[in-house]
Write a protein that binds this ligand. Structure first.
Ligand code: DGY
Length: 318
């Protein structure tokens, strides 16, 4: 095939190899902070297809920049809140994503945050290395039990369900909020409840919904106030589903016990007031970051892109 494709930044080599066999021109944008807006806009121009990721703001201006030949925007990831879907649709550009393959990695990381916040893993690591540890103490660094507690899942899609199924080994009671009943969660005895009940009953509240106009600031001052003072909030979904200012107040004033965060309102910025809180574990958006998962994401993004360029139906149209 004779295609001109732009990949906005480095992705796993094996996935790129599949792509390069089908392109007459393939350019890869820079990694990290060198990927400025101007570099992105210049790289997009005149392409038949673009493989982008959640770090690229594919708004109307960017979609305008790709030009009339572009047939497909294949996103490396499941969330598509970085893409102006209406602008793409109006230009006849197909948008695809990579659902499914990152479910387990993201559910695993959610559990890493549950365990880390409940048992003070990151604080303990810092303390153990500090040279200040003087030996075992009955009252040292006491965390919270997880076993037999209540897990509240907000958003019972693929990832929320996978998080819930992992809680069975901890003999947890599960309540969940979802547009539809989840047969898999129901099968392990979960209760479908409304948001208020979920927040009020759960010892761990974990968020798993896409970012949309309806979910932006879904968890704000009022909702944080409905949680138990002993509860922990986990967010591996999208930062803006939580009102970060309200969260900082709730954490600083002890309205809730802690938070485990993989995502932030204005990534990569993490507010200083949040970063300095001891009852928060902060990760740099690592949900899908395993070698195996990122390779599968790359391969699926490439397969979607090539399907559209060869006139076939995309595997994962958005
Ligand atoms: C996604 O895919 O939406 C994640 O946030 C990044 O893997």
């Amino acid at each position: 095939m004779d295609h001109n494709v732009y990949v906005t930044g480095p992705i796993p080599e094996l996935a790129l190899a599949d792509l390069s066999r089908h392109c007459s021109q393939l350019d890869i944008g820079p990694a990290g902070s060198t990927a400025t807006r101007d570099v992105l806009l210049a790289g997009l121009a005149g392409r038949d297809a673009v493989l982008c990721s959640i770090r690229d703001r594919m708004d109307a201006q960017a979609i305008q920049a790709v030009g009339p030949s572009c047939q497909v925007l294949a996103s490396f990831g499941v969330g598509v809140d970085h893409i102006d879907l209406e602008a793409a649709r109006s230009r006849g550009i197909v948008v695809t994503n990579t659902p499914g393959v990152l479910t387990d990695a993201t559910a695993d990381l959610t559990w890493a945050l549950i365990l880390a916040t409940a048992r003070q893993i990151t604080q303990g690591d810092r303390f153990a290395r500090s040279g200040r540890w003087e030996g075992w103490e009955p009252l040292q660094m006491l965390g919270l039990d997880i076993t037999n507690k209540t897990l509240g899942i907000v958003g019972a899609g693929r990832i929320g369900t996978a998080v819930g199924l992992r809680s069975v080994g901890f003999r947890m009671k599960i309540c969940y909020v979802g547009h539809r009943a989840s047969a898999e969660l129901d099968a392990v005895g979960a209760d479908r409840v409304d948001l208020r009940q979920c927040l009020a009953e759960a010892d761990f509240v974990t968020l798993h919904m896409p970012l949309t106009d309806d979910t932006r600031h879904l968890v704000g001052e009022v909702e944080l106030g409905q949680m138990k003072a002993s509860a922990i909030l986990i967010n591996t979904a999208r930062g803006p589903v939580v009102d970060e200012k309200a969260l900082i107040v709730a954490l600083s004033e002890g309205q809730i016990a802690g938070a485990g965060l993989d995502v932030y309102e204005r990534e990569p910025a993490i507010p200083e007031e949040l970063a300095k809180l001891e009852n928060v574990v902060c990760l740099p958006h690592l949900g899908s970051a395993t070698i195996e998962t990122r390779l599968k994401m790359g391969q699926i993004a490439v397969a979607n892109l090539l399907a559209v360029l060869s006139g076939k139906a995309p595997i994962n149209p958005v």
